[in-house]
Design a protein around this ligand. Structure first.
Ligand code: MTE
Ligand code: MO
Length: 178
């Protein structure tokens, strides 16, 4: 038979376990099913979009084999072109990217608060070959919690400072005159 104190301990353990289950379920879902993660893409000129891993996998795939300038390791990233994602968000591209639209910039934000910008022009294949991708795999495996589930890779840059890990959102903004 259980003593009163061990019964109490038992009850406590059961309640703690139940709480853990209830509060931990979303975190569990994150690790168990990273495909539920979303990349939010918004622009003043169109309705906000949310891309899942599955959405990215359904887009034309880009593979970049790069030497990470930071640690000199060769890494193979795969994902979708940032330009394609921006196209779906309805930004101006090609010949339509001119005049006042040339002040448009792309703000990329990460889960840890890290933020970088690219100009829309430098991401436009009609102007430059940035080849920036939103990667969802590295060496064939999901990026995991520390790198992903989404990461920007800008293969032609000397320092990977804009290779945003844990990318959560992309916002298209037009700089206005002061
Ligand atoms: N979310 C996030 N991404 C980030 C950073 C950061 O602090 N937070 N640092 C950047 C910098 S300065 C570098 S050098 C690279 C390092 O990437 P690595 O860990 O793959 O070498 O990540 C970039 N991406
Ligand atoms: Mo860095």
């Amino acid at each position: 038979m259980l003593s009163k104190s061990s019964a109490h301990r038992c009850l406590f353990a059961a309640v703690a376990l139940a709480l853990l289950f209830a509060t931990g379920s979303s975190a569990c879902a994150q690790t168990a099913a990273p495909s539920a993660a979303e990349l939010k893409v918004s622009s003043a000129v169109s309705t906000p979009l949310a891309f899942t891993i599955a959405d990215l996998k359904a887009m034309p795939r880009k593979t970049l084999t790069v030497v990470n300038p930071h640690d000199k390791k060769t890494e193979k990233y795969e994902g979708a072109a940032l330009e394609e994602i921006l196209r779906k968000a309805g930004v101006r591209q090609g010949e339509a990217l001119r005049g006042p639209a040339m002040t448009t910039y792309v703000l990329a934000e990460a889960a840890d608060g890290y933020r970088v910008v690219f100009s829309l022009a430098e991401l436009d294949a009609g102007i430059a070959d940035s080849e920036v991708i939103v990667a969802d795999t590295i060496d064939g495996a999901p990026l995991g919690d520390k790198l992903g589930p989404f990461r920007l890779v800008a293969p032609h840059e000397k320092r990977p400072a804009r290779w945003v890990r844990m990318l959560r959102s992309i916002t298209v903004v037009r700089a206005t005159a002061q």
